[in-house]
Design a protein around this ligand. Sequence first.
Ligand SMILES: [Zn+2]
Ligand SMILES: [Zn+2]
Length: 404
Amino acid sequence: MDYNKLKEAVITEIDKLAEEMKAVAKAIHEKPEIGYQEYEASRLLCGFLEKNDFKVKRNIAGMETAFAASYPEKADGPTIALLAEYDALPGLGHGCGHNLIGTASVGAAVGLSKVLPKLKGRIAVMGCPAEEAGIDNAGGKVRLIKKGSFKDIDAAFIFHPFPMTTVGGETTTLLGLEFNFKGNPAHAAGNPWDGINALDGVLLTFNAINALRQHIRDGVRIHGIITHGGDAPNIVPEKASARFFLRTENKESLLEIIQKVKACAEGAATATGTKLEVNTFCNLYDSMKSNSVLASILEKNLNALGLSVEGRKKGKGSTDFGNVTRVVPACELGLRLGNGIVPHTREFLHAANSEEGFKVMMQGAKVLALSALDLLYSDGLLEKAKKEFEGVQKCNSTKVQKEK
Ligand SMILES: [Zn+2]
Ligand SMILES: [Zn+2]
C-alpha cells in the first residue's frame, strides 16, 4: 500500500473508534483515581487493547496499575511507544486531562495496529501511573525506566491537552521534599514553657524559604503546604510536617536549591529546639529534552490535519516524561484545549469531559498514530532521531565528567 493510502487507512481506523474512545475517556473522567490507584482506568485501557489483539502485561515494575501493551508481540523492526497517563489530581479529579491522554494513546495504537501487518515493526503502549507528583513515590515513568521497561523501545511519543498547540519545548526538574518536625507536647496554656513546638518549626521553615526567594535564580519555583500542623489548639504541637516541591531549569541547579531549602528547615529546627527528619516523597523528575527530529514529524502531521503550532512550551511545570526523553528519543505533543484555560483548574477539568475535549483527544490520537507510522515507514527517519539522541547523550556525559 502506498504511503498516503496507509495514512488515510490509519485515520479511517481511528475514526471508527471515536465512540468507544469517548466512552472510555468519559468513564475515566467520571471516576477519577489518584496515582497508583488507577485500577479502573488501567482496566478500561488494557481491556480496549486486549480486545484489539494487543498482548498486555499488567502489574509491571512493581506497580499494580502500570502496564505494557504490544502489537504484534514480537517483530523484527523497531518499537515505537505511545505513552498513556490516566491518574487524577487529589481533590480536583481530571483537571489535567489525563483521561484524554491515556485514551488517545490507546486509540492511536489500536488504529495503527490495523495497518501494522503491512509494516515492519511494533507499536507499544506504556501504561504509566502517577504522573502527578503530589503523592508518595510519584513518577511512574521513572520507576518503569529503573526497571528496564523502556529498554526495547526505539522512540516514544505522548500527547497532552494544553493551553496552546505545541510540540516539544521545555519543562523544569522537580523534587518533592518533606520536613517532619518533632517537639514535645505540653498544655498550651497551663505549662507552655515545658513544650517544644513542632508547628513553629514548620512556620519558620516557610518564613526562611520566603526570605530565600529574593536570592534565588529566575525561574526557580518553591511551593509547599502544611500536611500536619498539630492535633488541638490546647496542646503544644508535638508533630508537624510540610511538603514542598522544588523546581529548577536543570539537575545541577536543583541540587543547589535542595541544599538551601534544607538549610532553611535545619535553621528552623535549631531555633525551636525540635528534631527534624527530611525525606523525599516523589521521584526526581528530569527536565524535558525533546528530540527535534520527532518534533518535526509531529508538526508535519499536525499540519496535515489542518492544525498548526501556536507557540513554544516554556512552562514551569514538570513531568516524568522528561526522564523518558533522557533514555530514548522522545517528544510531547500539546494540543490546545479551550481558550485561555490552563491545567489544574476547574475550567480545565470540565473541558476534559466535553465534546471539545473529545475532539482534541481524537486529533491527538491521529497525530500520534501518523507520527509513529512515519517512524516505521520512512527510511532513515528513526535513525536520524537516534543519531540526534546519541549526540545529546554524549554531550551530557562529557558535561558530567567535566563537572566532577
Ligand atoms: Zn498535571
Ligand atoms: Zn498532566
